[in-house]
Design a protein around this ligand. Sequence first.
Ligand code: HEC
Ligand code: HEC
Length: 199
Amino acid sequence: MKLVINTKAILWVAFFTALTSPILVSAAPPDATAGKLKAQTCFACHGENGISISSDIPNLAAQPPLSITYQLIQFRGQQRKGGAMEALAASLSDQDMRDIAAYYSALPAPPAKPGDVDKIAKGQQIASTQYCNSCHGSQLQGQKHIARLSGQSPEYIITQLKNIRSGARIDMDGTMGSAARGLSDQDIEALAAYAASLN
Ligand code: HEC
Ligand code: HEC
């Protein structure tokens, strides 16, 4: 088991290094204006402002660009499946992904969502004891390849955490799988309410 995870991690690192290294690929810098044009087909679900049209679709506004790019690569490679995203990502080039990520990441963050005060307080406590902040940022705003959770739809977060916990959604290096494994359904609901309540 350990060996499998390590091999996967090494493959991801190698793949990502190749993708981002200017020596190996002569990539143009990410272009948010081009990204907006390329994202027209995405607006129907994720919104032109990066705020999605329904609670089962993630907000993309202010997501770290690397996180958006990583997830699109996983959909294109069919390592991650969900919604119609595998089909939608299939025709995107690496440059398309970087441009679209530049567009969405530069948009204003989604507004904080009010929720059950006790649930939110419990979620904050779990986030601190489980070190969610150490990877997702002090305000769960995301960083590098790690998703923004603040202002995200709670329904979406609940679904993803359950899928990551069960292994239905694989994660690139196994770290998020380990983080989700010990969470109960109640923990997950509290964490989702807490994350959604942040801006
Ligand atoms: C028909 C609706 C629909 C359209 C159109 C659509 N998406 Fe999605 N997208 C979804 C759904 C639903 C999910 C969540 C999938 C899941 O359940 O894991 C998602 C997930 C994502 C994610 C993962 C976000 C995260 O936080 O992990 C990214 C990135 C994304 N979409 C980008 C795009 C881009 C770029 C386009 C346009 C090329 C696009 N989507 C078009 C419905 C859509
Ligand atoms: C060691 C670093 C690390 C820790 C700790 C961690 N995460 Fe993550 N998290 C990640 C990474 C990396 C991903 C992206 C996984 C992938 O798709 O490959 C992720 C993805 C997620 C997602 C999916 C987001 C989306 O937009 O689809 C959620 C939800 C999430 N984490 C919640 C949490 C919560 C809640 C905690 C604390 C219990 C936590 N994470 C702890 C690294 C971490």
